[in-house]
Design a protein around this ligand. Structure first.
Ligand code: HEM
Ligand SMILES: *[C@@H]1O[C@H](CO)[C@@H](O)[C@H](O)[C@H]1NC(C)=O
Ligand SMILES: *[C@@H]1O[C@H](CO)[C@@H](O)[C@H](O)[C@H]1NC(C)=O
Length: 378
């Protein structure tokens, strides 16, 4: 009797030990699998992947695609830290206008005014456009032909720009296709919020593309790197100073922008202009945000607690930034046999017929968005 009980106790203990060993082995296997680095393990939420995209999309046809982009971005950022800001912003502009379809890269000059000629193209850095084309050339040589889409290059280059300047890394679902047509100037104006926007209108724009208040605050953290022209914020200096702005920050800005319309630039993050960190949120708490669209995230009661959270915890900001970037990177993606893989990121493929009257923004894109939105649980 006692022996039987002892035996079953031993069997139970053995089974428990075995279970622990199996779990440990599984955890170790996961740790050693490629691409599953520390930062990814810290990413607590994983936004769903839109239908047609996958993490190993180029595994067979261009296995080194991601490392080629990463190496390029690393070298480029070493030579000019500003290119990281340029590449990050390019991906944001691409996704917010007509979806992440690389339409922002199309040179509109031959076929009429395109996105690049619309006013908010602002100051998309020419060096960032050139970098995308360089990366495209490398990938073309490495993988023999038009394999990796320009929209995927934009998403990867943005991710690597963040990582190379000290920010988080995150996995990017791949398989986007490029649109053969650029957005109209009107699409650009309605898709990209102005820096003079307050939280309610920012949220209204983001709601259209299924992004929420947390996404808004986290993504605005992209303003931890890069530059802005006086004209993007001098409405806060003249004719009267914006009362929500820290007075000593205001007088500093007036040195760079002594009169309305001055053609000069200043840093977006006054504390650590070239580092991807959470200082942007500390700036907001100290009322040293540059744009109305930045500072209002702290002024507004709905978004203020999120700003305070990221000001306290860089880690929480990094985690959410990765999540929100993956969401942003899947806005209205074209997949499967939609669109094309551009041979030259600046031009639609020769022979592509584009019916100018039949906008992409109609049925086709809509279907894709709905499919993606469904998977994302919006
Ligand atoms: C939420 C609404 C946003 C508004 C109103 C906005 C507005 C602007 C403006 C006006 C500039 C400066 C343009 C200039 O004067 O030269 C700028 C720069 C920049 N933005 Fe945003 N932005 C927004 C969201 C984002 C997002 C989501 C990201 C990326 C995640 C981003 C990344 C950047 C970067 C990196 C720069 C600096 C670019 C450079 O130095 O070349 N922005 N933004
Ligand atoms: C942006 O648009 C302006 C005119 O609004 C144009 O002069 C400039 O060349 C454009 N920038 C790019 C990079 O295309
Ligand atoms: C790519 O397209 C642009 C715009 O049409 C053109 O100016 C450029 O020369 C092309 N580049 C190559 C390598 O064909």
């Amino acid at each position: 009797m006692a022996r039987a009980r002892l035996t079953s106790a031993l069997v139970l203990a053995g089974a428990a030990l075995l279970a622990v060993l199996v779990l440990v082995a599984a955890a170790e296997r996961q740790e050693s699998s490629p691409g599953n680095d520390d930062l990814m393990k810290r990413q607590r939420h994983h936004p769903p992947v839109a239908r047609g995209l996958s993490f190993d999309f180029y595994k067979r046809r261009c296995p080194r695609a991601e490392s080629i982009v990463r190496d390029y971005v690393r070298d480029a950022v070493r030579k000019d830290a500003g290119i990281a800001a340029g590449l990050l912003r390019l991906h944001f502009h691409d996704c917010f206008v007509q979806g992440c379809d690389a339409s922002v890269l199309l040179d509109g000059s031959a076929t009429g005014p395109g996105e690049q000629q619309a006013p908010p193209n602002l100051t998309l850095r020419p060096s960032a456009f050139a970098a995308i084309n360089d990366i495209r050339d490398r990938l073309e040589r490495e993988c023999r032909g038009a394999v990796v889409s320009c929209s995927d290059i934009l998403a990867l280059a943005a991710r690597d720009s963040v990582a190379e300047t000290g920010g988080p890394s995150y996995r990017v679902p791949l398989g986007r296709r490029d649109s053969p047509r650029f957005a109209t100037q009107q699409d650009v104006l309605s898709g990209l919020p102005a820096p003079t926007s307050t939280v309610p209108s920012l949220l209204a724009v983001l709601r259209n593309i299924n992004l929420d208040a947390t996404d808004l605050v986290a993504l605005s953290g992209g303003h931890t790197v890069g530059l802005a022209h006086c004209t993007s914020f001098d409405g806060r200096l003249f004719p009267r100073p914006d009362p929500t702005m820290n007075p000593s920050f205001l007088s500093k800005l007036k040195q760079t922008c002594p009169a309305k319309g001055t053609d000069a630039r200043t840093v977006l993050d006054v504390r650590t202009p070239n580092a991807f960190d959470n200082k942007y949120y500390i700036n907001l708490v100290k009322r040293e945000g540059l744009f109305v669209s930045d500072q209002d995230l702290y002024t507004n009661a709905a978004t203020r607690p999120i700003v305070e959270r990221y000001a306290r915890s860089q880690r929480e900001f990094f985690d959410q930034f990765g999540v929100s970037m993956v969401k942003m990177g899947q806005i209205r993606v074209l997949t499967g046999d939609q669109g094309q893989v551009r041979r030259n990121c600046s031009a639609r493929n020769p022979g592509t017929r584009v019916h100018e009257g039949l906008q992409w923004s109609s049925s086709l894109v809509q279907t894709v968005v709905e499919a993606a939105a469904e998977r994302l649980g919006f």
